[in-house]
Design a protein around this ligand. Structure first.
Ligand SMILES: [Zn+2]
Length: 280
């Protein structure tokens, strides 16, 4: 890894001397690599989310985790070409090779979303062991969000996986008590809302929020809460207005928690700095 001084020096050199610098070409190259890797991760996690939503993981977890995807119409295994993220879908025009049945557009969309997310992580943190681990944690959170959207259910096994992947970054932070406070704040806020407005959240939301609190620590949990509650409330009001359902409608909340988590992972420090400057 480059030292901070060297990185700063490279940035100055980049801005002053070299029109198309080596560092810029390298960063474009690493961004492309991370996009492709992210799209592959998206293919895996979207398939996993669909299998969770369909209840396949409960029936046979190992088979559901590692078996090849099958066509929803004819149940034949998806041809290898379609397994290439995004490109496979474009070449086959989203049709099964056996029965010409339609494959959901959600597959390439999820792959693009994960690819862009990986590029964002790479642009912000570079490609390191820790940035890859943080990206995987974000991947699991997004997978939880996708299962919640399609089945209004948050699987315990995914929350456990999220927590296990969080242990190393938490130890690295060196302040485990702060992460304990993160759990307390998130559990308290969501537990309290659940007691005051029963049915507003599921118990799965409380568990997922607590796991995010463990990963994020106290200050970053506040950023997650802010983003999740504001985006969730705005969406809820807009949804109720469009569907004319009234405000007591139940919407999946894991997508907003995941959004808050990703915003806090990528820009939490900058957001907290703004708040500290306002307070001081
Ligand atoms: Zn088919």
């Amino acid at each position: 890894m480059l030292s901070r001084e060297l990185q700063a020096y490279l940035i100055i050199l980049d801005e002053t001397h070299t029109p198309v610098s080596l560092s810029r070409m390298t960063s474009l190259w690493t961004l492309s690599i991370s996009f492709i890797a992210g799209a592959c991760a998206g293919s895996f996690f979207y398939t996993l989310a669909r299998r969770y939503a369909a209840g396949e993981i409960k029936e046979n977890p190992w088979k559901a985790l590692f078996s090849r995807s099958s066509c929803p119409s004819c149940k034949n295994p998806i041809p290898p070409l379609l397994l290439i993220p995004i490109i496979g879908y474009v070449i086959t025009r989203g049709r099964c090779g056996h029965c010409a049945g339609k494959i959901s557009i959600h597959y390439p969309l999820a792959e693009i979303a994960y690819g862009l997310l990986a590029a964002l992580f790479c642009g912000k943190m570079g490609i390191t062991v820790i940035s890859t681990l943080l990206f995987l944690i974000a991947c699991i959170a997004l997978c939880i969000a996708m299962v919640d959207i399609s089945s209004l259910f948050i699987p315990d096994s995914l929350v456990i996986a999220f927590t296990l992947f969080s242990i190393y970054p938490v130890i690295l932070s060196g302040d485990i008590a702060d992460h304990g406070l993160g759990i307390l704040v998130m559990a308290a806020v969501f537990g309290l809302v659940l007691v005051i407005f029963p049915g507003s959240f599921g118990f799965g939301d409380v568990k997922f929020a607590s796991a995010i609190g463990f990963f994020s620590g106290l200050e970053h949990s506040l950023v997650v809460l802010e983003v999740a509650l504001i985006s969730g409330a705005l969406f809820g009001v807009a949804y109720a207005a469009v569907k004319k359902t009234g405000l007591r409608v139940k919407i999946p909340f894991a997508p907003f928690l995941s959004l808050g988590l990703i915003v806090s992972m990528l820009w939490g420090r900058e957001i907290l700095l703004i708040y500290f400057r306002m307070l001081l």
